[in-house]
Design a protein around this ligand. Structure first.
Ligand SMILES: [Zn+2]
Length: 397
């Protein structure tokens, strides 16, 4: 991986086959917004893209929980032109187009995370930071122009950007972004107690979130193994669902959430939920057989040593630069993974399960228990004080 600085922006690149691909990354996403300004980053992205003329090569932009990305693929001079235009647009956004672009956002609709993961994050973190994932906020047409200006000033500058290229930087490439200060980021404190708990919510199927150090390779492999066991059970053995999904969510340097999300065939939500929790408990209490662990290590080796992983690694490094995180990569990760034992895996997963948050669809009856047989506490809202005495009751609080 090569690294250089262009106009104050770190540029990470590696020579790969195929046309030149560029991704300009900013450390700004939904987690940096507030409930009041939800969607403002997406609006900034749309305003910048709306200034581009018709271009005859692949280009796009996106916003997720932590990052905004502008991407394109083309000949070196096309890539250079795109990047310079995007940077220039961010310096002088066409604020007169806010109303129109807000309408486009409304029509586009968007989810920044899998719906079950979004729900888990919101239960854990409330209406701030990554917890904003499941909310829509007041709506794109209510975003104040000051919020757009403030977001651009705080986040869209050279000190909060990185460029990834799949080849050498094009000759004469300029990235005319203003200088700025590294933004202070919220540390993402959970609003709930850490202990394992469950809650009902409007989700398509059950989900599990574990708070952990994202660099802990034992938790990584344990979650992979759990997904494999669940796939085996719900798909191949019982035919209840097609996919066992999940996410990795950065919360603060060294800390994040690993989630497992399952969809269930109509009427099978209860069985799928029971299996999810049962398999999680089994992994925390019984050591996995050596052969099963070896299978997961082999799967990880295939992914981590795949030459096509170069682009992924460049992107990870760019995210690391802008977010101040330090994810481990390729060979270093594999070295740790290859040393894992069944005992270490069980221990790490049991510790992570101490932070477990289980979300289940509203209409099912479950009573999840801990390994020792005691009931898992259920989160519920509205445990606050007395209702005001004035006014009429029209519904259950
Ligand atoms: Zn969009």
């Amino acid at each position: 991986m090569q690294r250089e600085l262009i106009d104050g922006v770190p540029v990470l690149w590696a020579e790969t086959p195929g046309p030149l691909e560029a991704t300009l990354v900013f450390g700004c996403g939904v987690r940096d917004e507030t409930f009041r300004t939800l969607g403002v980053t997406h609006l900034v992205e749309h305003l910048a893209m709306s200034t581009l003329p018709r271009l005859h090569f692949d280009h796009n932009a996106s916003v997720d929980l932590a990052l905004t990305q502008f991407t394109c693929t083309g000949r070196p001079e096309q890539v250079a032109d795109f990047l310079e235009r995007v940077c220039s647009a961010l310096c002088a956004l066409p604020l007169e187009r806010i109303e129109r672009e807000a309408g486009v956002l409304e029509a586009e609709g968007s989810g920044v995370a899998d719906p079950t993961t979004a729900e888990l994050l919101s239960i854990r973190y409330g209406t701030a930071g990554v917890g904003l994932a499941s909310f829509g906020g007041p709506g794109p047409d209510r975003i104040p122009v000051e919020a757009v200006q403030d977001t651009v000033a705080r986040f869209f500058h050279a000190q909060n950007a990185a460029l990834v290229l799949t080849g050498a930087p094009p000759a004469g490439l300029r990235l005319p972004l203003p200088a700025g200060e590294r933004p202070a980021r919220a540390t993402g404190q959970p609003v709930r107690q850490a202990g394992p708990a469950w809650q009902q919510a409007q989700v398509p199927g059950p989900g599990l979130a574990l708070s952990c150090d994202l660099n802990d390779q034992a938790v990584f492999l344990a979650v992979q193994l759990l997904r494999q066991r669940l796939t085996e059970a719900v798909r191949h053995r019982e035919g209840l669902t097609y996919d066992v999904g999940g996410d990795v969510v950065f919360v603060a340097p060294g800390r994040g959430e690993r989630t497992i999300c399952m969809e269930a065939r109509e009427g099978q939500e209860q069985r799928v939920t029971e299996l999810l929790w049962q398999e999680a408990l089994r992994l925390a209490t019984e050591e996995a057989p050596e052969a099963e662990l070896a299978e997961e290590v082999e799967a990880a080796r295939e992914v981590l040593l795949d030459p096509r992983a170069v682009e992924y690694e460049l992107m990870e490094a760019a995210a690391e630069l802008v977010l101040g995180d330090a994810p481990m990569r390729g060979r270093a990760r594999l070295d740790l993974i290859e040393k894992l034992t069944p005992a270490r895996l069980r221990e790490a997963f049991a510790a992570a399960l101490g932070s477990a948050l289980l979300v289940v669809p509203c209409d099912i009856e479950v009573r999840p228990r801990r390994a020792d047989g005691t009931e898992l506490p259920q989160f519920s809202c509205g445990q606050g004080g007395e209702l005001p005495t004035v006014g009429e009751s029209s519904a259950r609080p």
